[in-house]
Design a protein around this ligand. Structure first.
Ligand code: ATR
Length: 301
């Protein structure tokens, strides 16, 4: 590692949130910067909602390459971008901003990419899942929206099931409309919903099951949440976006039935790759060393 890593020419980026103290992104990006010997830094930026636009202009004026954007700024980031990726347009939110040399701002949504990239890193051929059956997404929040968008892009049929049925219905209708607006010539998206008390019964038809709720999370609404997965076909792939604990009760139940599983931390790590590449110019890997480093950071909290 170079002794003089951060010089006067350092490339700068950061994460804008409010609060931002919980963000793992500074740990991850600075780890990758050090490993690649890149002259750069990535800092937490605590910005109140009414100061978002001022902060973006200030970062651009100070020569930042761009920023990640987290709660509560994802919609404001969408609005401030001059150009937005199709998937971010459909998801209606942006988590990665790139400040271009000409002063324009590019926005993208990398959460769905991170989810799919993590499945693929776990050896799951996501496009091939489409021929085996639909994806069943539990939940109807921002994470469900981003993941659904990327699964639709891979050709999967998406079914939502949510405790509050109206939210699942609203999300399916919104995504359907957004998809048709953005891809008027393409195939219509295949979106539907199942009642919250019925999804366990219907598991036999599914190729992929995703928990996008906070159920099973340490400190969340139901840390011991363990649904009945006994109706699953033996090909079902079960994934969880919760990453504390590493193996959620939901994933444990799936593993005990011999099902293929995929955990939540990888999504968080993979979603960071496009921003790192755009700001700092290097491809990164989510390898064992990266996972171990982030796990150690999590365990110190
Ligand atoms: P995010 O944007 O991170 O996805 P969110 O919008 O707060 O977060 O969504 C959290 C999801 O977890 C929702 O789908 C929520 O269901 P409701 O829409 O019915 O609130 C789900 N969730 C949270 N606690 C739950 C619980 N105890 N039982 C079932 N679902 C729960």
């Amino acid at each position: 590692m170079s002794e003089f890593r951060i010089t006067g020419k350092a490339k700068l980026a950061g994460v804008i949130g409010y609060p931002v103290t919980h963000s793992l992104s500074p740990v991850l990006h600075n780890y990758w910067l050090a490993r690649h010997g890149i002259d750069g830094a990535y800092v937490p930026l605590s910005v109140a909602p009414d100061a978002f636009v001022t902060a973006i202009k200030g970062l651009q004026a100070a020569g930042f390459k761009g920023a990640n954007v987290t709660i509560p700024h994802k919609e404001a980031a969408f609005a401030i971008a001059d150009e937005v990726d199709p998937m971010a347009r459909i998801a209606g939110s942006v988590n990665t901003l790139v400040f271009r040399e000409d002063g324009s701002i590019h926005g993208s949504s990398t959460d769905g990419f991170g989810y799919v990239a993590n499945l693929e890193a776990d050896g799951i051929d996501v496009s091939a899942l489409a021929s085996r059956g639909p994806a069943l997404l539990l939940g109807a929040g921002g994470a469900a929206r981003s993941i659904a968008t990327s699964l639709l892009e891979k050709g999967l049929q998406v079914i939502f099931s949510n405790r509050t049925a109206e939210r699942a219905d609203g999300l399916a209708k919104e995504l359907d409309a957004a998809w048709r607006r953005n891809f008027p010539e393409g195939d219509a998206p295949r979106l539907s919903i199942i009642a919250w008390d019925e999804w366990e019964e219907q598991l036999g038809d599914m190729a992929l099951l995703v928990n996008t709720t906070s159920l099973g999370m340490q400190g969340g609404p139901a840390p011991d949440w363990t649904p009945d997965l006994s109706k699953a076909s033996r090909h079902l792939v079960v994934s969880d976006i919760v990453y504390i604990p590493q193996e959620t009760p939901f994933l444990k139940a799936a593993r005990e039935l011999g099902l293929t599983t995929s955990g939540g931390l990888g999504m968080l790590l993979h979603q960071a790759r496009p921003g790192f590449k755009a700001w700092f110019g290097a491809d990164t890997e989510v390898d064992e060393a990266t996972v171990a480093y982030i796990r150690a950071a999590l365990s110190r909290r």
